[in-house]
Design a protein around this ligand. Sequence first.
Ligand code: BTN
Length: 262
Amino acid sequence: MALDEFYSLKKREGQPWPDQVDLDFVEITGSTNDDLKKRLRIQKITCPIGRVAVTQSAGRGTRGRVWKSSQGGFYFSLALLQKNIRPSLTLIPLAVGWGVSNVLRQYGIDAYMKWPNDIWINGGKAGGILCELVKDPEGRSNIVIGVGINYYDIPEKTTNGWPIRGIGEDQRFATPDERTDLIAALIVGILDTLLEDNEKIVCAWHEVNAFQGKNIALETENDRIVGQVIGIDVAGRLVLSTKNGVQAFLTGSISPYDDSLN
Ligand code: BTN
């Protein structure tokens, strides 16, 4: 699993490149998010930093879950000062998801987001986003953004029972150049998205929302709410039309709800 079999590590003519990012590529690490968090705790950064790994031995997902870094996937993190980006804290993961979906679409992949932070392709989870807040030695807030995207469809299911998808069908992103181009485009796309204001992100999110207008059930820690998805609000909450009126939820897990079965 040599690094140069996966990434060519260089900008190609006519391809996007995140010139402003201090970016490094490694063959293996525990977690790219943890690596950047460690660095931020001891060092204040002067530009965005990024780290890409061919694989991770201790990848982390949201809600304390383990993230399995399967063969061939894309695993990277970006860190930047919160004061240099526009979306409000709880909207950041959704803004990143919007940016990632748009870049994947530019590469011909029919990508969506399942609220709040699952990358959704062909009715299954193809990746996820983990955003964390870290203070540097001067007490400044930095955001660490981790993105994991599977390469292959995997015959297992997620903890919530969803199919696991990948973006590597049709021999896409098979060469080190293509893989490097994709990572660079994703980083540029995410950074651009973080310069948009809350209202723009909220309005545009419905274009990538896999459940826009659908009837869903939302499982929260102690409740199950049925409603129709209206969209998101500026805090990144899911806005539902329910039998008790319009309601917004900050956390929870959604699944389709079929009226005819009830
Ligand atoms: C989720 O779906 O729960 C979020 C998964 C986020 C995985 C990425 S892979 C790169 C970065 N490093 C990690 O340890 N996690 C994120």
